[in-house]
Design a protein around this ligand. Sequence first.
Ligand code: ZN
Ligand code: MN
Length: 461
Amino acid sequence: MAHKFTTDAIIGLEVHVQLNTKTKLFCSCPTNVAEPNTAICPTCLGHPGSKPVLNSKALEFATKLSLALGCTIAPTAVFSRKTYFYPDLVKNYQITQYEVPLGSHGIIILDIGKLIRIERVHLEEDPGALIHESGATLIDYNRSGIPLCEIVTHPDMHSPAEAREFMKKLLNILGYLGLFDQNTCVIKADANVSIREKNYERVEIKNITGFKEIERALTYEIERQKQQDVRRETRGWNAEKGTTYTLRLKETEEDYGYIVEPDLPLFEIDPNWIRAIKATIPELAEARAARWVSDWKIDETDAKIIAANIDVAELFETIAKKIDPVFSSRWVRREILRLLNDEKKELRETQFRAQELIELFKLLIDKKITDRIGQRIIEQLAKKQFSPAAYVKEQNLVMVADENTLEKICKTIIEQNKKAVQDYKNGEEKSLMFLIGQVMKQTKGTAAPNVVKELLKSLLA
Ligand code: ZN
Ligand code: MN
């Protein structure tokens, strides 16, 4: 049997997700301020005598995420101090959860059915931000105390692509839960990676920002490990150069000297409160897509792509309950998602509503209008709400399938495009498409294209 050599890599991730609360984790400073060092107070600056107060919204969000990841919730939330020195860390310690994480034993399932176990989900505060500018380093403490949720996986991934897929699925869940804002919140990951050829000596790569970077960073690092001696260490990721570099020889978690935070109480977590949060978790993307495929026979890829965005998924469900789901799914994916993608817009930034789209799709299904007219109306529905049926009537956009009418137009077009006609007769199929296009143009997109095609073919035969 042929033996193909592959690198056996082992990858684990620690992902830091910024929760989109209005205020910080332990004080009431706002989280959305741009002007440096203006969203600060004695607590997030670590002034003597200041005391942290837990933001209950952050605890709720982290609990919601833990539940959506299938985690068990700890009966008590315990906070600890992780002690180390760094200029961005005002108190010389970070308040985090160590001994008992808020959530444990979760999973994310990759498309091939592979389970990625989640070891822990915990809450912690972000340090400040160091800004390196023209040879100097500035510190912005606006980030100091921003609530983060850390998600730690078991080393269950075996390729950079799997790590990327994990991140994508996690982001999707965060989007569904509405506790992470793609535009304002930061997501960063640290990755542990080791390969068989180097006896799985573990290297950690810190601070990889953005989920696409994960795959790049890991691909580079695995290649580097194959070619160089590998030692246990912590490396940084230079996104510009696309390389990793040594930061420090690896310290262990125990080196940080954790102590339980004496300024915060233990928070008992009421099972009823957990149940209430659980009840607010929407059906997640994968479950939705699977349901559409089985109940409505939607193409699996279409279903997954539509379900990936909760707003689009909700819109689609509303439409599909009223009108042919398979037809609707094609139009939502090909036209609505394409438009959002092209214009780099979120659904809520457009004027799309189920009501008008149902009306439009009905016109298409009943062959009252051509696809081309449908596409044009969709572009306008993105910008303003109006009745497609009334508009079609008003603008005379009803599909023309009448052969007598179309034959006259076809004859005119043949008359006016002698060269294309000659090319077609010489065997150029493209020229027929050109002629159909001319008829469509002449009829402002209302001519039934299949009728036009047959007419032209018989007129030119
Ligand atoms: Zn503050
Ligand atoms: Mn952390």
